[in-house]
Design a protein around this ligand. Structure first.
Ligand SMILES: NC(=O)c1ccc[n+]([C@@H]2O[C@H](COP(=O)([O-])OP(=O)(O)OC[C@H]3O[C@@H](n4cnc5c(N)ncnc54)[C@H](O)[C@@H]3O)[C@@H](O)[C@H]2O)c1
Length: 384
């Protein structure tokens, strides 16, 4: 073939990032359960990160966790408070505790001047989220919420399409997804007990669904919510053939639906499910005056999609549909934790800021309160 070296200039840039590992970022892990495994796997691959401390309420759990993942020279504690009191030169913590202790752990860390990666959902209640944000404001430290689907190029495409103006004025969002049989109990009951989880499907996978749609349209302020929650499957001993006793422990929701009014004349039609007699709550939809976007549902919904987005438009007098090809899957946990470490090193800002996720939490809180009262509720967000 002829020498076409000059044409190589048009090849896509293969970006290589050089990591300066001369100074290590000191990280602590609070809560060493299931999701902490993804955090540790990501941190262990970073040449500029040193995991110096771990804490878990269960005696010996943090030590066993460190051993399993081959982390050496690490100190262990039996609570977030003990870790924070003893470790004076931490740069950041991953808070991987169950929802019920998200707020207290984040407040303790921020008050001690430590940057925080807080797993999703933000908190259990809106009031808790407000208190965490007050601590964040006072500390001037980074608080980022662990929505790794945000790091996906496919998810970013949803926002790019909305921002391009191709859809015109967006007026309706429909949340989709959900699971037919997907109450998360493979590792015990921390997701289903009121004390540890606080909220069920509405917070666990509902928060992802909200982030996908609300993030795409720039997180408009929620105004009112009419919500419904139920727990028919979670409270049924027959749901858990090997653990019928889980039904007694089930203290959260396994299904939620809501009608939410957002600032800017946008309606959010929300539904989410850990368990139902249906394979999906449907695709997620964004309707605009000039176009519509379909975000296809997946088999076991977890906050991402795995088939092409579809755009619906009218060109001339023809209705047309076209697909947006999927980009390759990436390790989103590695990306989310790399972004956290980079923001610590470079004095950057949160990748997933609390100021946005506050509205996510406000909707969840509104759904819970409206479901309890049986009435539509107004969303009032206290001053921070
Ligand atoms: N981003 C994701 O993809 C993803 C996936 C799964 C779970 N999560 C979130 O991660 C969080 C944890 O989930 P999990 O499945 O690992 O739960 P888990 O119950 O397996 O682990 C939580 C651990 O935190 C410990 N803990 C609680 N409070 C503590 C405290 N104050 N100090 C020290 N340790 C404490 C518990 O003892 C437990 O070992 C949940 O909020 C969940 O929503 C996120």
């Amino acid at each position: 073939m002829a020498n076409v070296a000059g044409l190589d200039a048009f090849k896509e840039n293969q970006e290589t990032t050089v990591i300066d590992a001369s100074k290590k970022v000191k990280i602590g892990i609070i809560g060493t359960g299931w999701i902490a495994e993804s955090h540790i796997n990501a941190y262990k691959n970073m040449p500029d990160v040193e995991i110096v401390a771990m804490a878990d309420l269960v005696p010996g759990k943090a030590e066993a966790f460190a051993k399993k993942f081959g982390v050496e020279n690490c100190r262990f504690y039996e609570s977030d408070e003990a870790l924070i009191a003893a470790e004076k030169d931490l740069d950041g913590v991953s808070i991987c505790t169950y929802n019920g202790t998200h707020a207290s752990c984040a407040i303790h860390a921020l008050n001690a001047g430590i940057n925080v990666m807080l797993e999703k959902p933000f908190t259990v209640t809106l009031d808790e989220a407000v208190e965490v944000m007050k601590a964040e404001k006072k500390s001037g430290k980074i608080l980022t919420i662990g929505f790794q689907p945000r790091m996906s190029e496919n998810m970013k495409m949803i926002k790019k399409i909305v921002d391009s103006g191709e859809l015109g004025k967006v007026y309706y969002l429909q949340a989709g997804g959900g699971r037919r049989r997907g109450i998360p109990t493979p590792f015990g009951t921390t997701f289903i007990e009121k004390e540890t989880a606080g909220i069920g499907a509405v917070g666990d996978i509902g928060s992802y669904s909200l982030d996908m749609l609300m993030g795409a349209v720039g997180y408009p302020k929620p105004l009112t919510v009419s919500g419904y929650t139920s727990a028919f499957f979670g409270k049924d001993p027959g749901y858990y053939p090997n653990h019928p006793e889980y039904a007694e422990k089930f203290g959260v929701d396994d299904f939620a639906a809501a009608f939410v009014r957002l600032e800017g004349d946008i309606i959010l039609d929300f539904r989410i499910s850990w368990a139902m007699n249906m394979d999906t709550c449907g695709d997620a939809l964004i309707l605009g005056t000039k176009g519509g976007l379909r975000i296809p549902s997946t088999e076991c919904w977890n906050g991402e999609f795995d088939s092409p987005l579809k755009i619906y438009k009218t060109i001339g007098d023809e209705t047309v549909e076209y697909s947006v090809p999927l980009k390759p899957r990436e390790d989103l946990f590695a990306k989310k934790l790399r972004a956290f470490v980079d923001s610590i090193k470079n004095g950057g800002t949160a990748t997933v800021p609390s100021s946005e996720i506050l509205y996510n939490q406000a909707i969840i809180d509104g759904i819970v309160k409206s479901a309890e009262s049986g009435k539509e509720v107004e969303i009032n967000i206290p001053e921070i």
